[in-house]
Design a protein around this ligand. Structure first.
Ligand SMILES: Cc1cc2nc3c(=O)[nH]c(=O)nc-3n(C[C@H](O)[C@H](O)[C@H](O)COP(=O)(O)O)c2cc1C
Length: 352
């Protein structure tokens, strides 16, 4: 996620943006910045079926996402990845996503709002990877509030995106040295954007999840989905705390808020508990295995996203990244087999 030093989004220097991006990648890989074991999914169990009445080769993980059938229900969650040493992480992630038929969420495109050259990255990526890759754009809620919808449409067009994530991250913006904690008018701006944009809008958190009342209000926005991105994985309060250095006030507050957030499991239950739901539910935040993903699907998720586990392997090698993705798909298949589900849809119908 990206943000500037003041309410004026065009003032940030490119150098400052790049160094923050580097710090975010390095800090998100540290175990202390992960709320490991707190997603709530470890306490939720799928029922074992001792006699599945299915052969392994009948199992399919194909899924309907955004109104079309995809090879898997999986998403590379939005990451401002850029370069790590000499490696172009976005290229690595894009190649892997296109080979395995995953959807790829790119990191915040905020830089494109003030740097006319920034969209070139996507032009080059499309040249290398091709047009098949399904990409979802990304922009922060504070930028949506301050930017005319036509300029946000440019972000979608530059990427040839199939949808746009609008990320919300109040804890991070409050604790970040350069944060933009300005969210007034957020609901109205997202509703307006959803009406005007050429592609569906998906509202996402970044690791702090959604309460039942925020989800209730999301019903009125005309959005396609909410990606709960709950507590239990990468934690941006902790990460910004580690970046604050001399800013003792924000540093101390980051420790106080180290376990802040609605867990991914609870966020999914909150969505399930709504009387009426006008949006699809996507799950992410601390999803660390294909079994975690299966649990989220059984709780109603249409699509399941992974960030940190893929970043971890992407910094190692292309091969490591694709092996991780293969392992996640395999584990989902095992979960389907052992619950007696032939398909992802069967898993959704499972009585737990
Ligand atoms: C290095 C890094 C950069 C990220 N940048 C963004 C971003 O630009 N926009 C966004 O919506 N989320 C961003 N995220 C948050 C992820 O999309 C995800 O919501 C969060 O990391 C929780 O998932 P995880 O526990 O699997 O890491 C970033 C995550 C990481 C690790």
């Amino acid at each position: 996620m990206a943000s500037g030093p003041s309410k004026d989004i065009v003032t940030e220097e490119n150098g400052q943006f790049e160094s923050r991006k580097r710090e975010h990648i390095e800090l998100s890989l540290l175990p202390d910045n992960q709320a490991t074991g707190r997603s709530g999914l470890d306490e939720y169990h799928l029922p074992h079926c001792a006699m599945p009445e299915i052969d392994w080769n009948e199992i399919s993980i194909e899924s309907s996402i955004l109104g079309a059938v995809r090879k898997t229900p999986f998403l590379i969650s939005s990451m401002t990845a850029g370069h790590h040493g000499s490696v172009n992480l976005n290229e690595r992630l894009a190649l892997a996503a296109s080979r395995r038929g995953w959807i790829m969420g790119v990191g915040s495109q905020r830089k494109e709002l003030f740097d006319e050259e920034a969209h070139q990255e996507w032009v080059e990526l499309r040249k290398t990877i091709g047009s098949e890759l399904l990409m979802v754009g990304n922009i922060g809620l504070s930028q949506v509030i301050q930017t005319p919808p036509e300029k946000i449409q440019d972000l979608v067009d530059s990427l040839k995106a199939i949808a746009l994530f609008v990320h919300t991250n109040p804890l991070q913006e409050a604790l970040q040295v350069e944060g933009t904690p300005y969210f007034k008018g957020g609901f109205e701006s997202v509703a307006r954007l959803s009406q005007i944009l050429s592609v569906p809008v998906i509202l996402k958190e970044t690791g702090c999840g959604f309460s039942a009342s925020t989800l209730q209000q999301a019903n009125e926005l005309g959005i396609y989905a909410v990606d709960v991105a709950g507590f239990g994985g990468t934690h941006w309060g902790r990460i910004e705390g580690g970046r604050n250095g001399a800013d003792a006030l924000k540093n101390q507050a980051a420790k106080t808020f180290a376990n802040w957030g609605v867990s991914t499991y609870q966020s999914l239950l909150n969505a399930r508990g709504l009387d009426k739901k006008n949006f699809a539910v996507w799950a992410s935040g601390g999803i660390r295995s294909g079994l975690d993903a299966a649990k989220c699907i059984s709780l109603g998720a249409e699509c399941v996203g992974f960030a940190k586990p893929l970043l971890d392997s992407a910094v190692q090698s292309q091969d490591a990244l694709e092996k991780t993705m293969e392992a996640l798909e395999f584990e989902l298949k095992v979960a389907l087999f052992c619950t007696g589900s032939r398909s992802v849809n069967d898993l959704k119908k499972l009585r737990v």
